[in-house]
Design a protein around this ligand. Structure first.
Ligand code: PFF
Length: 461
């Protein structure tokens, strides 16, 4: 089914979509690039031993991430529907696959709850680092971070502001909102990142950081390292929860799915590596530890950058680029429930966007307050709200969603139909269509099941 006019779930809706092949690319890249690159990738690389982790991550992106991204784009564009309705209708008489879409909506809300908390800190750090640079006051310290993250009113205000911002973009629509904003933001982000790289790489002793990132010590590769890399590749490419299916539904017919997805995966990886190149040379040049963990971005980076010439300026630039990255990713997270609600037919898009933002804020308040004295004692299975939302989405919902999507694409959808979607934009079937199909059918589901079992503690690698 190409259009949604004979769909029982709602009346025909005139659909918006990405207007150009370039806009489709920047929007998809905007979803992939986010705090995952600037915050998660460097800290996971730091705690998992450097280049060996990077190597494992690159393999995971190539053999699982890219095929799954292609699968989601194929299903999305084939159905031209939001995630819930796309999976409900993709296999005739098997409506239960809509559960993938519902799980995706739930995952989007859970991820946004903690993602907007971190994004709020990033925006706060933009303001604080710019103020510190302008007034010439000292660098942001461990204490500055503890008082922000452990507070209540301040982080909540930043979080609410961030959610309001992305709600406005989403309410504006797909082509006028998402496409326009990401087309402008992606090049700015890249420019800022390269500036930070040049600064960090020109420090004396920067080379140690470069070899930490690129010279693998393969003895550091363990089952746990591979699993962390696989999980990151899911989170990074926004997979397993219908985000890329929804974006696939906006892809123009002229977009060649495999090359577009390959460019997105490559560009996203380059941004992660560039973020690593801004952080680790500076970490090593000043004799800091690379394995600080999640606080690397908020405690170590400002401390380290403050030690280099023009450090205040580069700290501000670094947080500005992190904020830009977070915006594109959050836009895609809020789009999943917004598209679903507005295509059900009864709710207008701006209203759907506001409802999605409000629900995300409600759960977000729990995540944010669980970092401070008010809710830090409330534990579910030994974890606070922030960690539960992170665990339930990244370690449970995304991998289950990923396996289900690979099964639908590889085993339930006719191969002919799948390949036909890949062939759009070409005169004939390109050589790689069949290869990528085999990866979706066999390699991706098996590997994902392994991560899933491990993250649930059912398989010890
Ligand atoms: N890919 C984003 C990042 O790396 O920051 C995070 C993300 C966005 C995950 C959208 C899931 C999603 F649907």
């Amino acid at each position: 089914m190409k259009n949604n006019e004979n769909l029982s779930t709602g009346p025909a809706v005139q659909r918006d979509g990405f207007r150009s092949v370039l806009g489709a690319f920047t929007a998809t890249l905007g979803s992939a690039v986010g705090l995952g690159n600037i915050w998660k990738f460097p800290y996971l690389t730091g705690v998992n031993g450097g280049a060996a982790f990077v190597f494992a991550y690159l393999i995971c992106v190539a053999v699982v991430g890219l095929p799954l991204l292609v699968a989601e784009h194929v299903i999305g564009r084939r159905m031209r529907l939001n995630a819930v309705h796309a999976y409900e209708n993709v296999v005739p008489n098997e409506r239960a696959w809509s559960l993938i879409g519902f799980a995706g909506v739930l995952a989007a809300v859970l991820i946004m709850a903690f993602y907007t908390d971190i994004a709020g800190w990033v925006f706060a750090y933009v303001a604080k680092s710019v103020a510190a640079f302008a007034t010439g006051s000292g660098p942001l310290t461990k204490e500055s971070f503890a008082s922000l993250a452990g507070g209540s009113l301040e982080p909540l205000a930043w979080q609410a502001g961030v959610i309001a911002l992305v709600t406005v973009v989403i309410a504006a629509g797909v082509s006028r909102g998402i496409e326009k904003v990401t087309k402008f933001l992606m090049p700015v982000l890249l420019g800022l990142l390269i500036l930070c790289d040049i600064r960090a790489l020109s420090l004396p002793g920067a080379f140690k950081g470069v070899s930490f990132l690129f010279a693998p010590d393969f003895s550091k590769i363990t089952g746990g390292v591979i699993l962390a890399a696989l999980g990151l590749s899911f989170f990074k490419l926004s997979l397993g929860m219908g985000t890329m299916t929804t974006y696939g539904s906006y892809l123009p017919d002229g977009t060649r799915i495999v090359p577009n997805a390959t460019r997105v995966a490559l560009a996203d990886t380059v941004v992660s590596l560039l973020a690593g190149l801004a952080v680790f040379p500076a970490v090593f040049a000043f004799g800091f530890e690379p394995s600080a963990g999640p606080s690397l971005l908020f405690i170590s980076v400002p401390m380290i950058f403050s030690k280099m010439p023009l450090g205040g300026l580069f700290t501000s630039l670094f947080f500005i680029l992190a904020a830009i990255a977070a915006v594109g990713a959050m836009i895609s997270l809020i789009e999943v429930p917004t598209a679903w609600m507005s295509e059900k037919g009864r709710i207008k898009r701006p209203v759907a966007a506001v409802i999605s933002g409000a629900v995300m804020l409600l759960l977000g308040v729990l995540a944010t307050l669980s970092q401070g004295p008010i809710l830090s004692n409330v534990k579910i299975f030994g974890k606070n709200f922030f960690d539960v939302f992170d665990f339930a989405s990244s370690n449970v919902l995304l991998p289950i969603g990923g396996v289900a999507i690979a099964i639908v694409a590889g085993w339930r959808l006719a191969r002919k139909e799948f390949i036909a979607e890949l062939d759009k934009g070409y005169g004939k079937t390109p050589w790689y269509s069949k290869t990528i199909y085999a990866f979706i059918k066999f390699v991706a589901p098996v590997l994902i099941v392994v991560i899933l079992l491990n993250s649930l503690g059912l398989l010890k690698l």
